[in-house]
Ligand binder design. Structure first.
Ligand SMILES: Cc1ncc(COP(=O)(O)O)c(C=O)c1O
Length: 376
């Protein structure tokens, strides 16, 4: 049976080039990069190569990249390291749980938190950030691209505003890196979180960009790795693979984005031509992420029916450990709970073909037209 994976926002498959490189390193290079002998130095060279590859992709200095265990850890590190009791932080109400739950924790420890709602298009405006500023605002943390609707926030505008007002700015760029261009010389972001498994790299490797000069304390203690900010012997094969995945993601970035956008448009055209009743959530999205509401069609049942038909999509985000719950993002955008419960996310990536898109659209049309009583 055909099986088409359309959940690129949850995680991407490993690219073959990255998998082969990772395997090669795994088999041959095992030294501890902190060791001074040649085995250690071989690992250290791989670590530093990856740092250069990621910094080139972001147009920043290699010394501003700190490796972590995942995007969630990068988010925790940024927030917990910078915020102390008595500080005020502004974030949004539709962030990834790695931000939302860290904010809850910090709030219970004396940090004041403002959670801004996105507008009905799924965007956090700079104006809404400005109106939440207080005298003791130390940090603003707004995600670059939302994981459930794919909307792109005005990060350049918000970060410029923060810089002009002497407020630190962090962005969770896990869904943005490798999908849209990010140039650290153009956006005055102080900290930026990344994860390898959203750009055809491996799971369990992340990074935090920390702009030179940003004073930050460690939240974990141990060896002196990553300039004393992130202890633990480095995951060399994973980090090496992350570097290559970052480099590859920049090759033909705009051509691939264009190709995915065309596939997405063709997909939506097929649904419309078949007379399906649906609406699309979110405006100004990255290519490939489509969040759709099919009135009166329960999303969980739809996800299961599609899975049985060989199509993998998701309802809400994948990060709630298999729990069935309505998408917090859509509710924050103003959708009522009934509509949110009838919404699915389909995400396409660089390996999808027009045949895949037609197959997926065909299966959705079959299932939905039966539920919505549409005659073919
Ligand atoms: C926006 C966003 N931030 C953070 C994360 C967490 O990244 P990781 O899975 O590497 O911890 C994800 C993963 O889904 C995400 O979509």
């Amino acid at each position: 049976m055909k099986n088409i994976y359309c959940d690129i926002s949850a995680t991407t498959p490993l690219s073959v080039e990255v998998a082969e490189y990772m395997h090669q390193i795994q088999m041959k290079v095992f030294g501890n990069p902190s060791s001074i002998h040649r085995f250690g130095q071989e690992s250290k060279a791989i670590l530093e190569k990856s740092r250069r590859q990621i910094s080139t992709a972001l147009n920043c200095s290699p010394g501003e990249i700190y490796f972590t265990g995942c995007g969630s850890e990068s988010n925790n590190m940024a927030l917990q390291a910078l915020l102390k009791p008595g500080d005020h932080v502004i974030s949004s109400s539709y962030e990834h749980p790695a931000i939302l739950k860290t904010l809850d924790y910090l709030e219970s420890n004396g940090v004041t938190v403002s959670r801004i709602k996105p507008n009905s298009n799924g965007i956090v405006t700079c104006q809404s950030v400005e109106t939440a500023i207080k005298e003791n605002t130390r940090l603003v943390s707004i995600m670059f691209v939302n994981n459930e609707v794919g909307t792109i926030n005005p990060i350049e505008e918000i970060s410029l505003y923060c810089r002009d007002n002497n407020i630190l700015f962090h962005t969770d760029a896990v869904q943005a890196f490798g999908k849209i261009p990010i140039d650290m010389t153009e956006i005055p972001v102080d900290l930026l979180s990344l994860s390898a498994h959203k750009l055809y790299g491996p799971k369990g490797v992340g990074a935090l960009f920390i702009r030179n000069g940003t004073g930050i304390d460690p939240i974990l203690f141990g060896g002196g790795q990553e300039k004393n900010l992130r202890p633990g012997t480095e995951n060399i094969p994973g980090i090496a693979a992350f570097g290559l995945a970052a480099e590859l993601s920049q090759q033909n970035l705009s051509d691939i984005a264009h190709q995915i956008k065309n596939l997405t448009d063709q997909f939506l055209d097929i649904l419309k031509e078949n007379g399906l009743d649906f609406s699309q959530n979110g405006k100004n999205t990255i290519p490939g992420v489509i969040n759709l509401t099919f009135p009166n069609v329960d999303a969980q049942t739809l996800v299961m029916s599609l899975d049985m038909a060989g199509v993998a999509v998701s309802a809400g985000s994948a990060c709630s450990a298999g729990t069935v719950k309505v998408s917090g993002t859509l509710v924050e955008m103003g959708l009522n709970r009934e509509a949110a419960a009838c919404s699915i996310r389909i995400s396409f990536g660089k390996y999808h073909t027009i045949e895949d898109i037609e197959f997926v659209a065909g299966k959705i049309c079959d299932i939905i037209s039966k539920r919505q009583g549409i005659n073919g």
